[in-house]
Design a protein around this ligand. Structure first.
Ligand SMILES: Nc1ncnc2c1ncn2[C@@H]1O[C@H](COP(=O)(O)OP(=O)(O)OP(=O)(O)O)[C@@H](O)[C@H]1O
Ligand SMILES: [Mg+2]
Length: 258
């Protein structure tokens, strides 16, 4: 099982869109995919029409009690895609940092839960909220690679800088080196700002930047209205072709353990 976390402390950069797009492509290749929604806004859960307030199990419950494999499996929600299940978010997640207070040892809750169901899925993709808190810490600790979408506009660089500092601080507590891939998103080739930001990203972060870009593509928004994964909605669109190139790159990195 492969676990990837999609994270950036900046909001609206394409985290949820990247999670769904990659999940759709992996499911089409026949892989069993689990999505984990750690955002209290539950965008990922809503995307698949899951109204999360009356669920048997959500990410929140994992923090309240230790669940067995059977309990977790029973609580996962199917989506209308055969190969995609989801561990949904609930509003309660927003209170998690406060309710846990100083309670220690909560950084690996998600990792341990995912390990219990490792045999059931090929890929687990975790979508993060745009806030640093116990949920993001858990998501970062649970994965083997972090995918960091960055909007190709100048202000987004500042947000990325903050995210990189977070990784540095967290790295101090981890034994394994964080692997991450920066993904330029919402690239508009007609604007100077997009091009300049893209160049600056490469100057600053070199090889950690995926050499491609995800272009601006209205199909993503339209796909969400129809609750379809983008590759099901518009398989040949520029945006989806870009995400499938990104997926190839991520799989390549995995194969060479980079
Ligand atoms: N490449 C793209 N082209 C056009 N629109 C896009 C693209 N990627 C994402 N969007 C749209 O931009 C909006 C924000 O994207 P998304 O929800 O994926 O960001 P996010 O980082 O998950 O946001 P949040 O931090 O609020 O969770 C959505 O309406 C989405 O449909
Ligand atoms: Mg989101």
């Amino acid at each position: 099982m492969v676990v990837w976390t999609v994270a950036n402390q900046k909001g609206g950069v394409g985290k949820t869109t990247s999670t769904i797009s990659l999940a759709g492509l992996l499911a089409e290749e026949g892989y069993r995919v689990l999505l984990v929604d750690t955002d209290p806004h539950a965008s990922l859960s809503y995307y698949f029409g899951i109204e999360s307030e009356d669920l048997d199990l959500s990410v929140y419950d994992l923090f309240l009690q230790v669940s067995t494999k059977e309990q977790i499996m029973q609580g996962l929600c199917p989506t209308h895609y055969e190969n995609i299940d989801i561990l949904p978010a609930t509003m309660g997640l927003a209170t998690l940092d406060r309710s846990l207070g100083n309670k220690g040892g909560m950084g690996l809750v998600l990792k341990k839960a995912i390990q219990k169901i490792a045999d059931e899925y090929d890929y687990v993709l975790i979508d993060c909220p745009p806030i640093l808190g116990v949920l993001m810490v858990n998501a970062l600790a649970a994965c083997e690679r972090i995918i960091v979408p960055v909007q190709t506009e100048f202000l987004a660089l500042k947000g990325l800088d903050r995210m990189m500092k977070t990784l540095e601080i967290m790295q101090g507590e981890q034994s394994e080196v964080f692997k991450y891939t920066i993904v330029p998103t919402m690239f508009d080739k007609r604007t100077k700002a997009s091009l300049m930001t893209y160049r600056r990203l490469q100057e600053l972060y070199g090889d950690a930047v995926w050499p491609g870009v995800i272009p601006i593509d209205t199909n993503f928004r339209n796909a969400s209205v129809e609750q379809k994964v983008p590759s099901d909605y518009a398989a040949a669109s520029r945006g989806i072709v870009a995400y499938s190139n990104l997926l190839k790159h991520l799989v390549y990195l995995k194969s060479v353990s980079k």
